[in-house]
Write a protein that binds this ligand. Sequence first.
Ligand SMILES: [Zn+2]
Length: 157
Amino acid sequence: MTALSCTTDTLARTIDILRAGGARSEERVVLWLGPASAIREPMPVTEVYEPDQITDIDYFKLPPTSLRALMTHLRGARLKILAQVHSHPGRAFHSEADDEWAIVRHVGALSLVLPEFARNTTPANFAEQAASYRLSGENEWVRVPTGGPDGCIGVVG
Ligand SMILES: [Zn+2]
């Protein structure tokens, strides 16, 4: 179980950013950040971070300058990445490119994918719509169920 607690506002902001990309027919990725010192679950998501990114209809990439800016931000604000969340034009799944280009790479890392550029996603149905994956000790992204009460994304697995 890797449980994150998110406010409705976190979910709404995430959906807004992904939809804005969708309006341009582009994927978009955001990172959910929380205090670096958090060790107990559920880990609170305290910031929705939108990195500089290169996007198209079926991919996103973070250029080296964007990754450096992210690392500087994490260090300066004492935050860590709890999950990455990105949109797909169609079905929500972890593609081979997603496996390869994931920004989060530590064991237990979470990667959530929303379908149809998050067009039909709301804070209320977010857990239902998101396809969630967790990186295993064998370095494989394993699909795990998303669930939990309102305001909490409990990823079980
Ligand atoms: Zn993808």
